[in-house]
Design a protein around this ligand. Structure first.
Ligand SMILES: [Zn+2]
Length: 501
């Protein structure tokens, strides 16, 4: 703890000493070069680094972890980190580059290899299975081993993988899931369901073979999970439609089952559907299903006052989980960073990453890291790039302003050889792909929330990226993270910390 805090104070110093220009508010889009002025002196730059070096090395915590918090930024690759850091800093009136995301202050980090057993560039089902079961598997499959075939029920029988939540439950810990995606989506589902196909979210998606061989849809598996010994205490997110019959306006279930009613018929099981109910709930006991949207929760800037955000749900989850004397295991997913990227929208992806930053910041001020293993990572990356030679403090979503020969910011955006402007963040592929003659970027348009950054390869949906992702950690046994690691090793560190064996 002590070392963690001392490292944070250096980070704070870094942020404060470079605070100067105020710009990049989306409400006031920029059309000219930012008023860049970094007043940090050479002595200050030097002393910032020197102070860091003078701090004692972090002391390894080899206590048994009472609590575990695994945080997954879905699709939060390293370029997303950097861009989110600059974006979030600029929202606070900083130049941006010097800002530090809350989880970047954690003392231990590693690079994580994300490939699935059958794909170089992975998907969220295979990667989450690796993270929570300790075994890599095929893309598209949830907590079943790669001996099964994707989408084939019969081949998956007897191939279920135990997860870190199973372990936590065996230790009588409380367990919880918070996500901005549907709770039946790949990342959360890997913690309570076993399925050879991530798309089997409700019974209408099950093929004949799956029905014949007795595979259940993911929403039904959640209800059945609660009838066993290892019940979740909280599960908050979106996805009502997979729990309701088609006789309801939004329902998808052709078996005409109302699974929210089934949930509520179980002992001390409660349903929440809006922010007010979440705030009013007596979270000292019981099992809580929060379904706050028909599908995924709306993006941060599209939510109304009835919809809780990632921080609201995380606060409520901890209110429930902290009542368990034996501790808890909580998974928090910022599920829509991934969706923003697929849509080719840097704005959407960065706003979601900013919300994750705020949530982790609250956690760091709330939890006790001496007894809680905290991990922040991504399941996989995306094709976002950050490139060109923008001047310091260039608005993260804006067109590039370069420096002149004397290193001073130009007053007009940089013109490429094709005569047009460009943004510093772009995608390799996706819906923002440009035609043969690359169109210029309108400086005003680039700052609009609906703008799609240019891409090379035209695809309806931008894709995942195959490079490593980062992991940050603090707490018991976090020192086992370092170097370049396989994704499924993350489970084994969590297991070791919970068992301290
Ligand atoms: Zn994705």
């Amino acid at each position: 703890m002590r070392n963690f805090k001392s490292k944070s104070s250096v980070v704070l110093l870094l942020a404060l000493t470079t605070l100067t220009a105020c710009h990049s508010e989306l409400q006031k889009p920029l059309t000219q070069a930012p008023a860049v002025k970094d007043t940090t002196s050479s002595a200050q730059w030097f002393n910032q680094g020197k102070q860091l070096a003078q701090n004692a090395a972090p002391v390894a915590n080899t206590q048994t972890a009472k609590n575990l918090i695994l945080i997954v930024g879905d699709g939060m690759g390293i370029t997303t980190h950097t861009a989110a850091r600059i974006f979030a800093g600029q929202q606070q009136g900083l130049l941006g580059e010097e800002y530090t995301l809350s989880f970047e202050t954690l003392p231990y980090s590693a690079l994580i290899k994300t490939y699935n057993t059958d794909q170089q560039t992975p998907d969220s089902a295979g990667t989450m299975t690796a993270l929570v079961s300790g075994v890599k598997t095929r893309a598209g499959m949830l907590s079943v081993s790669s001996d099964a075939e994707r989408g084939h029920c019969g081949s998956s029988q007897g191939k279920s993988l135990a997860t870190v939540f199973d372990l936590a439950e065996q230790q009588n810990k409380a367990t919880g899931i918070v996500t901005t995606a549907r709770i039946t989506h790949a990342t959360p589902a890997a913690l309570y369901a076993h399925s050879p196909e991530r798309n089997w979210e409700s019974d209408n998606m099950l093929p004949e073979e799956a029905r014949k061989n007795g595979c259940l849809d993911i929403a039904q598996q959640l209800i059945n999970h609660q009838q066993g010994k290892q019940r979740l205490e909280v599960i908050f997110g979106g996805g009502q439609r997979h729990f309701l019959p088609t006789s309801e306006p939004a329902g998808k279930r052709t078996d005409q089952q109302n699974l929210t009613a089934q949930w509520q018929s179980l002992p001390d099981h409660h349903l929440l559907t809006n922010k007010q109910q979440l705030q009013d709930a007596d979270l000292t006991h019981g099992h809580w299903l929060g379904l706050f949207a028909n599908s995924h929760l709306p993006y941060v800037d599209q939510r109304d006052k009835h919809t809780p955000g990632l921080l609201d749900m995380t606060q409520a989850a901890l209110s429930r989980l902290k009542h368990q004397p034996q501790g808890y295991a909580l998974m928090i997913e910022a599920g829509r960073i991934d969706h923003g990227h697929h849509a080719g929208s840097g704005y959407k992806a960065l706003r979601e990453a900013e919300e994750l930053d705020q949530t982790v910041n609250w956690l760091l001020n709330t939890i006790d890291l001496s007894e809680t293993l905290l991990i922040v990572t991504a399941d996989h990356s995306h094709t976002l790039t950050l490139a060109g030679y923008p001047t310091r403090g260039n608005p993260m979503l804006g067109v590039v302003f370069s420096n002149d020969d004397q290193g001073r910011p130009e007053t007009k955006p940089y013109k490429l050889t094709d005569g047009g402007y460009y943004t510093s963040i772009n995608y390799r592929n996706g819906p923002g792909a440009v035609a043969l003659q690359r169109p210029s970027v309108d400086p005003q348009q680039a700052l609009q929330p609906e703008y799609l950054q240019q891409a090379l390869v035209p695809l309806e949906s931008e894709t995942h990226g195959g490079e490593d992702v980062a992991l940050y950690a603090a707490g018991p046994w976090a020192h086992l993270f370092g170097g370049t690691m396989e994704q499924h090793w993350v489970y084994h560190v969590m297991r070791h910390a919970l068992l301290a064996e």
